[in-house]
Design a protein around this ligand. Structure first.
Ligand SMILES: [Fe+2]
Length: 243
């Protein structure tokens, strides 16, 4: 489809090449630096010799991985220049359709509180081991983020269908009610019942290339994205809303 806004309104998401290879490598380095810094603080010495993010799970036990995946470790700064690229890229057409206000990148200060305030130009990253069940089930970000926020999902390691985010095209056309939700066993997100999910189209996992970003609507149902690849998945998500 040629028109990105048409595509976004029909499917609830759009995929655009936003970043070049150098930028992707820069964020991989940032993630690596965060992991090492946190490992140091938590007296996990096995990461000292890690030089390539791809080898992370050869250096860390499952238990230590859990310890490292706290909010402090997982927060990275998005450089102003890259924030601008996201806002002013082809996505601008989508943002300006939903609001005339200026858009900003936010990360909640505290995952358990909506009143704690936000920090600008920060994003959270995730690292998922192959076949790990520790991924959020189907949900829409709308409940979890309170405000009407778009998410830009950026893969850093693992790009094809086996790794990418699972999305249900067209599921954003409904503002899912509380009756559609259920409690979560993994993490803090409010999940959507399987029975409800089955009413929609089949989920898809796009084949992405490095630098491509999925921007999706706050009501879009996504998740259950088990890493079916042979190596780890590293991705970060940028939350964007009108100020
Ligand atoms: Fe989500």
């Amino acid at each position: 489809m040629k028109n990105i806004l048409e595509e976004f309104n029909k499917n609830g998401y759009a995929i655009v090449k936003v970043f070049d290879k150098n930028t992707i490598n820069k964020y991989k380095k940032k993630v690596l630096r965060n992991l090492k810094k946190s490992a140091d603080k938590k007296s996990i010495s096995s990461l000292k010799s890690l030089s390539k993010l791809e080898n992370y799970f050869n250096h860390v036990s499952d238990e230590d991985h859990e310890k490292l995946m706290d909010r402090e470790t997982r927060t990275i700064k998005i450089d102003d220049k890259d924030a601008k690229i996201i806002m002013l890229n082809k996505f601008e057409k989508i943002f300006s359709y939903f609001s005339d206000k200026e858009y900003k990148i936010f990360r909640s200060n505290n995952v358990y509180s909506w009143t704690d305030g936000d920090v600008s130009n920060f994003a959270g990253f995730r690292i998922v081991k192959p076949k790990s069940k520790k991924v959020a089930g189907y949900h829409s970000d709308h409940y979890n983020l309170k405000n009407f926020r778009f998410t830009a999902w950026v893969p850093l390691v693992g790009f094809n269908k086996k790794y990418s985010l699972k999305l249900i095209p067209g599921s954003h056309l409904i503002k899912h009610g509380r009756e559609a939700t259920t409690i979560n066993n993994v993490g803090t997100a409010t999940l959507i019942k399987n029975k409800y999910v089955n009413k929609f189209k089949k989920p898809i996992r796009p084949n992405l290339k490095p630098g491509e970003v999925i921007l999706f609507h706050p009501y879009l149902i996504h998740g259950n994205s088990i890493n079916l690849g042979s190596t780890l998945r590293v991705s970060f998500e940028i939350r964007i809303c009108a100020n």
